[in-house]
Design a protein around this ligand. Structure first.
Ligand code: SF4
Ligand code: SF4
Length: 294
């Protein structure tokens, strides 16, 4: 039976596509965006999160761990979390079957029908688990549930071509227009992502472009103008969403021992006035552009 690793199932989601949705977060992402607000999504395996504010330094986790609490050697067994008396340690990521995910998804079927909602598969990069994703999309279609795939387009072209006909909407994260800056900020190849995005357009798949507005990365008129020009040349783009960075994005990485992302913690969020200005750059090119939460 096909199974995959899921790190969250979020019901009543309002920010991941139209209507009321369940967002299924699949684990694993090849990109390393320094501002990532879901650092638990990056590793494809279950991993341990630790909330220092709950820790009473009792040492029970160390006694239970066969690997002396080494992050590098962690095998995700969960012994430390089970031993922890305060809930400071928890295992993030669960191996689930398609049926298990669908059982949860189907609970809110009436909300989807009433609101024009459905299910969004996010991550991480959901295309990193292509077979699992494909089966989930097929199961949703069987139940006539609208589906969206929230992707950064980081996958082989064949993988995307295989998945594309099964999804009703793509929420495609586009982070910047400059290939060099893109590689520096995310570690991923801009040209390959763009090719996948263009391919979806050619296949006439509906796309909502989602652009995180991140201080110190793409928060400038020059960058937004370049993105607006790029977006206006693409086929299939129905909406553009500007997703303002907010300070809390920088807090979570500490729980996963990911210090690099902390540089985002002190950065100021772009003002509403700035975001409106950026949105006009897209609207001036005929793109239906919204400012949203993330
Ligand atoms: S999950 Fe297992 S190996 Fe990893 S830190 Fe906890 S006890 Fe150690
Ligand atoms: S078992 Fe929990 S409370 Fe005790 S030291 Fe480990 S993390 Fe802290």
């Amino acid at each position: 039976m096909i199974h995959g690793t899921v790190f969250n199932l979020q019901r009543y989601s309002l920010h991941d596509g139209p209507g009321i949705r369940t967002t299924v977060f699949l684990k694993g992402c090849p990109a390393r965006c320094w501002w990532c607000h879901n650092p638990e999504s990056q590793s494809p395996l279950p991993e341990i999160a630790c909330s220092q504010n709950l820790c009473i330094a009792c040492g029970a986790c160390r006694s239970a761990c066969p690997e002396s609490l080494s992050r590098q050697s962690c095998r995700g067994c969960g012994a430390c979390a089970r031993a922890c008396p305060t809930g400071a340690r928890e295992v993030v990521g669960r191996v689930m079957t398609v049926d298990e995910v669908m059982e949860s998804v189907l609970k809110d079927r009436f909300f989807y029908e009433d609101s024009g909602g459905g299910v969004t598969f996010s991550g991480g990069e959901p295309l990193c688990q292509p077979q699992f994703l494909k089966e989930l999309l097929a199961a949703c279609r069987e139940h006539e549930i609208h589906t969206a795939v929230d992707t950064a387009g980081i996958c082989a072209p064949d993988t995307l071509a295989d998945i594309a006909p099964l999804a009703d909407l793509f929420l495609f994260d586009l982070k910047c227009a400059d290939p060099e800056r893109h590689r520096e900020g995310t570690g991923a190849d801009h040209a390959a992502i763009l090719k996948n995005l263009e391919c979806l357009g050619r296949e006439q798949r509906p796309i909502w472009l989602r652009i995180p507005v991140v201080p110190g990365f793409n928060d400038s008129v020059q960058e937004m103008e370049a993105l607006a020009a790029l977006a206006s040349r693409l086929h299939g783009v129905r909406q553009v969403w500007l997703l303002p960075y907010h300070g809390s994005w920088g807090a979570k990485p500490q729980r996963f021992g990911k210090e690099a992302a902390l540089q985002a913690a002190g950065a100021a969020a772009p003002s509403l006035e700035t975001l409106e200005h950026y949105a006009r750059l897209f609207r001036d090119r005929g793109l239906d552009t919204r400012i949203g939460g993330a």
